[in-house]
Write a protein that binds this ligand. Structure first.
Ligand code: ATP
Ligand code: MG
Length: 243
């Protein structure tokens, strides 16, 4: 039992939950390491949504809303941490949800699909094909999903796959706490925020924005500037860390 008054209660609960999901085969051990890197960056950004991240979340909604075939790519960590939040975002954005795994087995895809469906997510099904310009199973995705998507939201994506999606001329939105990762630097739009803070914010903006506002926002944004602001926020916090 984790005491609710522990100063790191949320973090400890998330760890315990991910460890349980790892034992169930939803999260892979590598996913636990990835979560740790994310936590470290969350510490550096103060475990809160920065103004730049909030802008990026608004722009993400503006990209998803007018898209003709938006797809959310879901991996094990994302499903474990945010299945219910994904159902809300799917409802608000109209995006399709595809399970797409770095460490792919049919059994894991099935378990993750079941977890998502239990939380009300409609999950695309079908036979995956090697459509991404990558070696091995990382190239696999669904033709009716990521294969033909115009906008892809990739929470917690690997840099290689993010670059492959960009090379296919898709508009890629990443959620990544590390503003220096290859994913963060190659995505068209990077949300430097924790997954469970970012998803509800995007959902809220999907419900708030009208079409005209969305088109205006999506037409002009500068991802390098958003990333620079994220890095500056870390620098500012470090400069005053021991004050
Ligand atoms: P890249 O492959 O993009 O160069 P990487 O290899 O360092 O980066 P991966 O292990 O491929 O990173 O993916 C994990 C990424 O997800 C990390 O950058 C980490 O910061 C981020 N991350 C982990 N957990 C969360 C979370 N809950 N919310 C947001 N980001 C997260
Ligand atoms: Mg990586």
């Amino acid at each position: 039992m984790i005491p609710e008054d522990h100063p790191r209660y949320r973090s400890l609960v998330a760890r315990e939950h991910l460890a349980r999901c790892a034992r169930e085969g939803i999260v892979v051990p590598e996913g636990l390491a990835a979560h740790g890197r994310g936590e470290a960056f969350d510490y550096l950004i103060g475990e809160k949504t920065s103004p730049a991240a909030l802008s990026a979340e608004r722009i993400a909604a503006a990209l998803l809303l007018p898209a003709s075939h938006p797809v959310i790519s879901v991996n094990g960590n994302t499903a474990a941490l945010a299945a219910g939040l994904l159902a809300d975002l799917q409802d608000a954005s109209g995006a399709a949800v595809e399970v797409n795994l770095f460490h792919r087995t049919a059994g894991r895809v099935e378990k993750i699909t079941r977890l998502l469906e239990d939380h009300g997510v409609r999950v695309l099904s079908g036979v995956p094909e090697r459509l991404l310009p990558l070696s091995h199973d990382r190239a696999l995705c669904l033709k009716d999903g990521i294969g033909t998507a115009d906008v892809v939201l990739v929470p917690l994506e690997d840099g290689d796959r993010c670059q492959a999606l960009c090379a296919m001329k898709k508009t890629v939105i990443a959620i990544d706490l590390n503003p220096l990762s290859r994913t963060a630097r190659s995505a068209d739009l990077t949300i430097v925020d924790e997954l469970t803070r970012a998803l509800p914010a995007i959902t809220r903006f999907c419900r708030e924005l009208d079409r005209e506002e969305a088109l205006a926002l999506s037409a002009r944004f500068d991802n390098r500037e958003l990333l620079r602001e994220a890095v500056c926020e870390i620098i500012r916090r470090l400069e005053h860390a021991l004050d």
